[in-house]
Design a protein around this ligand. Structure first.
Ligand code: THU
Length: 134
């Protein structure tokens, strides 16, 4: 699976975004260690706070299907139809990813025309995680 292919899954997932309040549409595609892709979109709510980000939709789908090991996530976001903007995961999603992803987990961000990659260690240094609780 290339970064470009994973991003294409995120582009397709973004088409399912339910975002009538912000009109900010996000799609995510999470790659498991065994090569399966789990997609997600943001799902907004009239009460606002129950809104779920695309990344968390994807990771909750995957974990609920028995997956716990992941290698990469692609994220595309922006207002309107075209995924025009660079969209980095929010702090809550970073913390949820931290539960299941190592420092070398990769993030595939940007747009299909301008892909930028990061490691999880780069976007969430000094994270709080399960090792802190023993
Ligand atoms: N959103 C995501 O789905 N992922 C992100 O990384 C950033 C924000 C969603 C939440 C909300 O539906 C909309 O984008 C505007 O914040």
């Amino acid at each position: 699976m290339t970064d470009r292919e994973l991003m294409q899954y995120a582009v397709e997932a973004r088409k399912k975004s339910y975002s009538p309040y912000s009109n900010f549409r996000v799609g995510a595609a999470l790659l498991s260690k065994n090569g399966k892709v789990y997609t997600g979109c943001n799902i907004e709510n009239a009460a606002y706070t129950p809104t779920n980000c695309a990344e968390r939709t994807a990771i909750f789908k995957a974990v609920s299907e028995g997956e716990r090991e992941f290698t990469a996530i692609a994220i595309v976001g922006g207002k309107g139809e075209e995924p025009a903007d660079f969209c980095a995961p929010c702090g809550v999603c970073r913390q949820v990813l931290a539960e299941f992803c190592n420092g070398d987990f990769r993030l595939v961000l940007g747009t299909p025309e301008n892909i930028q990659t990061f490691t999880f260690a780069e976007i969430l240094p000094y994270s709080f995680g399960k090792s802190d609780l023993h």
